[in-house]
Write a protein that binds this ligand. Structure first.
Ligand code: DGY
Length: 317
């Protein structure tokens, strides 16, 4: 009998699902909206594998329904929304997809740095709404990215990929919260030093108990008043209400956000997302056709390996 693989979305990018369908019975969630916890439990009952998203929040109560579950594959680098410890205690292999999305996510982080620092969203909106009425040397002025000092909080795959891009912009790069020492691209400094000396601070740490609300009121106050803050990591790393207070007090030049405390998030009437010095995107760091297909492929390869009693390619330790 073919193993059953529960899939929490009706469609996924690329051809990974087709491949999986050749070796397993796919039980796909049929709706456009993600399953609720109860629906997730139903989907999981009798399944040998689960292909889900980190945002599905597979917790202990959901996992209880997966009595036969052998592998839970996340097509993402992050796994903060999944109860990995409980899954592993139940003998379930949990996998993620490092190594395939860092360049694409670094592209987006750099795009946010440029958008925020140069005020590109405001300028584009002004053009679209008829606000470009004459050429003035003192209009649409941003701050330079070239030659600025970039502080990377977190220097893993994505942080290092951002540092490579920064080198092309002649930026001075420093990093912290990493076991990695100085290298050719970046030097290791304390968090205090990084915050007080960087023109651009970009977050690249996973969300853990140690990094939750890492950047709060005190950290924001220690940043340069002209600094740009970019978060493509996880919303929980940043205290959003402290950020809004800082912006309202005139601190920080600009902010670029791709991740939020609550997701999905409706920007209508949201004071942080509507703030004129904030550029906000709907968590699209890894969203290119090729990268999303690679993420699904790797998740599928992990499932197939475990179902064939082979070691997974990218297990979460
Ligand atoms: C990741 O890969 O962790 C992305 O942020 C999607 O969750």
């Amino acid at each position: 009998m073919a193993p059953i693989v529960a899939v929490t979305r009706s469609t996924l990018p690329g051809t990974g699902l087709e491949r999986l369908g050749q070796v397993a019975e796919l039980r796909r969630w049929p709706e456009d909206t993600p399953p609720s916890p109860d629906q997730l439990r139903g989907l999981l009952t009798g399944a040998d594998a689960l292909l889900c998203q980190n945002s599905d929040h597979v917790d202990a109560a959901v996992l209880e329904a997966g009595e036969q579950l052998r592998v839970l594959a996340l097509p993402s680098a992050g796994y903060d929304g999944t109860d990995v410890a409980t899954a592993q205690a139940r003998g379930v292999v949990v996998t993620n997809t490092p190594g395939v999305l860092h360049e694409t996510t670094a592209d987006l982080a750099f795009a946010l740095i440029l958008m925020a620092r140069r005020g590109l969203l405001t300028a584009a909106d002004s053009l679209r709404t008829g606000g470009w009425t004459g050429s003035r040397l003192d209009a649409y002025l941003g701050l330079d990215v070239t030659g600025a000092c970039l502080g990377l909080i977190g220097y893993g795959e994505i942080g290092q990929a951002v540092a490579r891009r920064a080198a092309g912009f002649g930026m001075t790069v420093q990093h912290t919260l990493s076991r990695r020492p100085d290298d050719a691209l970046s030097r290791a400094v304390s968090l205090d030093k990084l915050l007080s000396t960087s023109d651009v601070v970009s977050l690249h740490v996973p969300l853990t108990e140690q990094t939750r609300r890492l950047i709060g009121a005190a950290e924001l106050a220690s940043m340069k008043p002209t600094a740009t803050l970019v978060n493509t990591a996880r919303g929980g790393v940043l205290d959003e209400s402290a950020l809004l207070t800082a912006l309202r007090a005139g601190r920080l030049h600009s902010v670029g956000l791709d991740v939020f405390d609550r997701e999905p998030r409706n920007g209508v009437g949201d004071p942080l997302l509507q703030h004129e010095r904030v550029v906000a995107l709907p968590h699209i760091g890894s969203a290119t056709e090729a990268t999303r297909a690679r993420m699904v492929d790797l998740a599928v390869d992990n499932i197939i390996a475990v179902l064939n009693d082979k070691p997974p390619l990218t297990p979460i330790p």
